[in-house]
Design a protein around this ligand. Structure first.
Ligand SMILES: Cc1ncc(COP(=O)(O)O)c(C=O)c1O
Length: 389
């Protein structure tokens, strides 16, 4: 038996992550300005760390309930009740997960039978399709492009639903990684009306909800007609600069949350207790720090978008997250060539758009979760690069 044949056919068929592949090149290169990673450059606010440290000092180092610390689930549901007047039952409709990553995996595995269709809207976060495929899905894609400014329109959704027939679930993410696109209440209403009129289960990844810059984020759970078919996924990684703590949560109908909990208890047992304690602190006292980080990201966004456009690289103003999705077609290069040359020649790392969709070959993703100084340096280097072309 050769080594290849012992690997599961599904796993073997998955392409390696485009981002990873590219960033293997960056590792070990000195003096690189990296605008590649999708991770806040801020450390976790200190009061959040301190609460976790204090809990460790008091001996909180054990497993928790499979569903997660009840105090955290209550804090999550109470916040929603206070802010939106909606009730989620912390015992039956809420599950604490190891990041949104685990939440998405659990949701897909909990609802899919082999061959069920899952709609993935591209360009999107690199994990959705592979995780769906590993859960047995037949993934169907809806590719967005600059004609709609990478926004999902209800007509596009209607069209694909008509073309594909029954779709079991749809993965939706806003604000979006990599485009930064988000939606107003009215836009969401129109999109979700199409979902409501179908049988589709909506898996809504709103991990960047706190990082919306020009209007406030409308969560999918406020749309009443969705409630029985919505799995809402969120977490602490981006909003509170807590990527390493690995805490997310899922809210949804009791049967789906219970099925997700079943998988979770056999695979993860529970999310790490220290992270859960830290997440309680973030829920209870994190809003000021969040506001500070959001203001800083907004400043950076405004700076980088205006500079990229000045350099002739067409960039729309993203409504949220911390990425620009920048059109590099004016250079005559495709995204991989552009990103590789920019890295070799000027030591600036960005992500080629092909990592997010086949149509991404004319785009790069730039993360502005980097200090203004670094962004200035990157712009300076990019300008030199573009002048030489
Ligand atoms: C859209 C989106 N969802 C989920 C994740 C992963 O989140 P977590 O750290 O909560 O697993 C990321 C990370 O980049 C992301 O961009």
């Amino acid at each position: 038996m050769d080594n290849r044949s012992r690997i599961s056919k599904i796993v073997d068929s998955l392409p390696p992550s485009g981002i990873r592949q590219f960033f293997d090149l960056v590792i070990g290169m000195p003096d690189v300005v990296s605008l590649g990673v999708g991770e806040p450059d801020f450390p976790t606010p200190w009061h959040i760390c301190e609460r976790a440290i204090y809990s460790i000092e008091r001996g909180y180092t054990s497993y928790t309930s499979n569903k997660g610390l009840r105090d955290l689930r209550v804090a999550i549901c109470e916040k929603i009740s206070k802010e939106w007047g909606l009730s989620y039952d912390p015992d039956a409709q809420c599950l604490v997960t190891v990041g949104v990553s685990e939440g998405m995996d659990l949701a897909l595995r909990a609802i899919l039978n082999p061959g069920d269709k899952v709609l993935v809207i591209r360009p999107c976060y690199v994990s959705y399709a592979p995780v769906a495929i590993m859960a047995g899905a037949n993934v169907v894609y809806l590719d967005l492009d600059e004609r709609t400014e990478f926004k999902l329109h209800p007509e596009l959704l209607k069209l694909i639903m008509k073309k594909e027939g029954p779709i079991k679930a749809m993965v939706f993410n806003y604000p979006c990684n990599p485009t930064g696109v988000s939606y107003t209440y009215e836009e969401l209403s129109a999109i979700f009306k199409v979902v409501e009129d179908s049988e589709v289960i909506l898996l809504s990844d709103e991990i960047y909800d706190g990082l919306t810059y020009d209007f406030s984020h409308t969560p999918s759970f406020v749309f009443d007609g969705l409630k029985d078919r919505l799995v809402y996924l969120n977490g602490f990684s981006k909003t509170f600069a807590m990527t390493g703590w690995r805490i997310g949560y899922a809210l949804g109908p009791e049967d789906i949350i219970s099925a997700m909990t079943k998988i979770h208890q056999y695979t993860m047992l529970c999310a790490p207790i220290m992270g859960q304690v830290a997440a309680i602190e973030a829920m209870e006292h994190g809003s000021e720090e969040l506001e500070r980080m959001r203001n800083e990201y907004r400043r950076r966004r405004n700076f980088i978008v205006s500079e990229l456009n000045r350099l002739g690289l067409k960039t729309r103003l993203p409504e949220g997250a911390f990425y620009t999705y920048t059109d590099i077609s004016s250079t005559g290069m495709d995204s991989m060539e552009f990103a590789q040359r920019l890295l070799w020649e000027e030591k600036v790392a960005v992500v080629p758009g092909v990592a997010f969709s086949p149509g991404g070959h004319r785009f790069i993703r730039i993360s502005y979760a980097s200090s203004l100084d670094k962004l200035r340096q990157a712009v300076f280097r990019m300008e030199a690069f573009l002048e030489r072309l």
